[in-house]
Design a protein around this ligand. Structure first.
Ligand code: GDP
Ligand code: GDP
Length: 464
């Protein structure tokens, strides 16, 4: 479940303040919002002319709520880009307590960036400058160019891959606390009762009756066939329910692993399909159902192999932060060589979903379909897993005894959140990405987190 939806179960708490993310088109504002909210709320790559609504979204970090203004739509109307961006900055200034000024390391400092930075200096607003698309440390030296915009050392992140976004969130909360100390102290007071609300939250989760599943994939890969097989077998449809978006219909079924809600399934159930609309809108529908889902089933046509479009869908699912089961369908039609080839393609092209279980099935004949229930229930369990701190730290000690990090030490670790499991490691120095992957792998294996994405964060503790 996304952070946003999880928050629904928590008592409403006061917001620390409002943050606006501004910057040129394409620097990655929507991607960052999606990453923070954990949900594909802002539509990335929107078609020209499709205006996005102005949205105010609630984010939660380290127990504190703050609001994010999605300024994406503000750039959509006519006029010269430079003046529109300045307008965007001015508008944001009126509404926000803190500005995230986003730039793009792959493009460097542009005239528009300079214009915005001058405007921000003139308005003397609190600003955190972010340099996005710093996907690997090889980009780090290029970041210094951005110092000339005059906001101090920029925070370098990769919104797409989540690199350093936790640190950015720390900075945001820290700045907001400084800007609105009265709200911060009020919050601290109410945090005293936090453990109570956390217990209430856990309880709501457990009593929450259904778990949402999205079946996604390109046209003709076999989604309908799979869906009808799933609901046709030993299962009975309990009822249909209007989905969260106006014209979508969800199917609720009782299964051996509990109540499942299959999202937006009207088109999958009927033999004569309802008009799916343009490819663009069916894509939007698909993205929405991924956002809604607690787990996604990514159906791939084995006879076609892993296509570019499959990869893009996989990226979206990954960015949504919920677990995924990869389903290679039409396995009955493949020769031994073709099977080997598809397996290789999965390894190469879906490498970043390597945590996901891969099932080889024939939706048409039913071969392998029953294994899906086990994969689904494992995903559900892993996603909601909370590992006791003592056991986590025992594992961290053992992992370091087996292979110590170079020049650093993990002092201790905590699991800060579930859905998906998020771990914070407190260390003396930075950990190398390789070492972090090693630790993640150890945690996954020991605690059986197989099919769910896991987030890892590192915090440096000075003076040790
Ligand atoms: P916006 O117009 O500022 O909202 O930008 P988007 O969020 O729509 O991103 C524009 C493009 O940049 C999309 O294709 C994103 O996938 C890509 N992008 C965003 N963040 C990153 C990143 O950290 N690294 C890389 N390589 N690409 C990114
Ligand atoms: P959707 O557009 O993704 O919902 O795809 P459909 O479920 O309508 O399937 C498209 C076509 O692929 C239909 O003709 C199905 O009969 C066929 N199909 C689906 N699954 C399988 C399978 O596992 N094996 C074979 N041989 N054909 C399949």
């Amino acid at each position: 479940m996304s952070a946003e939806r999880a928050n629904k179960f928590l008592p409403k708490q006061k917001s620390l303040g409002r943050v606006a993310i501004i910057g040129r088109p394409n620097v990655g504002k929507s991607t960052l919002i999606n990453r923070i909210i954990g949900k594909q709320v802002a539509i990335v790559d929107s078609m020209p002319g499709v205006t996005r609504d102005k949205k105010i979204l609630t984010a939660n970090w380290q127990g504190a709520d703050f609001e994010i203004i999605d300024t994406g739509g503000w750039l959509a109307s006519g006029g010269a880009l430079e003046s529109k961006i300045s307008e965007q900055a001015e508008k944001a200034a009126k509404q926000a307590d803190l500005i995230i000024f986003m730039t793009d390391v792959t493009v460097g400092v542009t005239d528009e960036d300079l214009a915005v930075s001058e405007m921000l200096h003139r308005l003397s607003l609190p600003v955190i400058q972010v340099v996005n698309k710093a996907d690997s440390s090889s980009r780090d030296s290029e970041v210094w160019e951005f110092m000339r915009l005059g906001f101090g050392e920029p925070v370098r992140i990769s919104a797409l891959h989540g690199r350093m976004t936790g640190d950015l969130l720390d900075r945001i909360v820290e700045e907001l606390r400084k800007i609105r100390p009265e709200v911060a102290s009020e919050l601290d007071q109410s945090m005293l009762s936090e453990s109570e609300s956390e217990a209430a939250f856990e309880e709501t989760l457990e009593s929450r009756s259904s778990f949402s599943v999205a079946i996604v994939g390109r046209p003709n890969v076999g989604k309908s066939t799979l869906f009808n097989r799933l609901i046709g077998g030993e299962l009975s449809i309990t009822h249909d329910e209007a989905g969260t978006t106006t014209d979508s219909v969800d199917t609720i079924v009782e299964t051996e692993i509990g109540t499942l809600r299959f999202i937006d399934t009207a088109g999958l159930r009927r033999k004569s399909r309802i008009e799916q609309g343009t490819e663009y809108y069916s894509m939007i529908r698909t993205l929405r159902s991924i956002d809604e889902a607690d787990v996604s089933l990514l159906v791939i046509d084995g006879t076609q192999g892993v296509t570019h479009q499959d990869q893009r869908l996989a990226e979206r699912i990954d960015a949504a932060g919920s677990p995924v089961v990869v389903i290679l369908n039409k396995w009955d039609l493949l020769s031994t060589e073709e099977k080997l080839k598809v397996n290789e393609e999965v390894e190469d092209r879906l490498a970043y979903l390597s945590y996901a279980p891969v099932l080889r099935i024939s939706a048409l004949s039913g071969l392998g379909v029953t294994r899906l229930w086990k994969a689904l229930s494992d995903s559900i369990a892993a996603y909601r897993n909370r590992i006791p701190t003592r056991e986590l730290n025992l594992l961290l000690q053992q992992a370091q005894a087996k292979s110590a990090p170079k020049g650093s030490k993990i002092l201790y670790g905590v699991q800060g959140a579930t859905d998906p499991p998020t771990f914070t490691l407190f260390t003396t120095k930075e950990l190398s990405p390789g070492y972090l992957r090693y630790i993640e792998k150890q945690i996954r294996e020991r605690f059986g987190l197989g099919p769910t994405p896991v987030k890892m964060r590192v915090r440096r503790r000075s003076g040790r």
